[in-house]
Design a protein around this ligand. Structure first.
Ligand SMILES: [Zn+2]
Length: 65
């Protein structure tokens, strides 16, 4: 399935991805390119939102108690 290396989902590299982690598109300029790509590709933006919500849920569970 993997044709190139994606950073792990809990990796700090996620802040500066070289590729879209959802569709594998090469990004022009790390974080800024990723934001542009989210605008260009609504399906990827949706998946990014759900990923971020899941992370927030995880952290909330840890911190909420
Ligand atoms: Zn994408």
């Amino acid at each position: 399935m993997t044709s190139h290396d994606h950073p792990q989902r809990d990796s700090p590299d996620w802040e500066r991805p070289d590729f879209c982690p959802f569709c594998g598109t090469a990004l022009a300029d790390g974080g800024a390119g990723f934001v542009d790509h989210m605008d260009d590709s609504p399906p990827c933006a949706e998946r990014f939102e759900s990923w971020r919500e899941r992370i927030t849920d995880d952290v909330g569970g840890e911190w909420g108690g």
